[in-house]
Design a binder for this molecule. Structure first.
Ligand code: FES
Length: 170
């Protein structure tokens, strides 16, 4: 099935097409990697809903990306529980380890680093979401080990050109 067919199949499960915008955006993002303007307009056209409704959802929720992101999107929670348990220091550590600042993507396209609001997993603060997975009770050592594991995953998937064994400059 192409993207249109998948969205139409998902939308058929909802009595109101506006309610299908979220699943449609998830389908479109999986297809395109992110959600640029023309894709948002295509989603609105497929659902026959107002374009502004689609834009509103796509730009409100951090699970949607209107800009390209790296192979691994590191979304570190910086809300109260995580902040009290060290997320600020973790952010600085991640920035130093990756050689980028918040909002940036590493040059080889492997990691994008963002901060997000509460991930609903405060009991294991500080927490970071990577793709569909949550990683909690983080400290510097656990973050370093996680980055190593993700680089290894990338090397298996893409080869060493895209996924260097260590961050640039190390
Ligand atoms: S404050 Fe970070 S998960 Fe709730």
């Amino acid at each position: 099935m192409n993207m249109r067919e998948k969205i139409e199949a998902a939308a058929a499960r909802y009595p109101d097409q506006r309610s299908a915008i979220m699943p449609a955006l998830l389908i479109a993002q999986k297809e395109h990697g992110h959600l640029p303007g023309p894709v948002l307009e295509e989603v609105a056209d497929i659902l026959n809903v107002e374009r502004i409704w689609v834009y509103e959802l796509a730009t409100f929720y951090t699970l949607f990306h209107t800009e390209p992101v790296g192979m691994f999107h590191l979304q570190l929670c910086d809300n109260v529980s995580c902040m009290l348990r060290g997320s600020e220091a973790l952010l600085k550590h991640l920035e130093a380890m990756l050689g980028i600042t918040k909002g940036g993507t590493t040059p080889e396209g492997l990691f994008t680093l963002s901060t997000v609001e509460c991930l609903g997993a405060c009991e294991m603060a500080p927490v970071m979401q990577v793709g569909d997975d949550y990683h909690g009770d983080l400290d510097f050592a656990r973050v370093d080990a996680l980055l190593d594991r993700l680089r290894a995953v990338a090397r298996q998937a893409t080869g060493p050109v895209l996924a260097p064994a260590a961050p640039p400059g190390e």
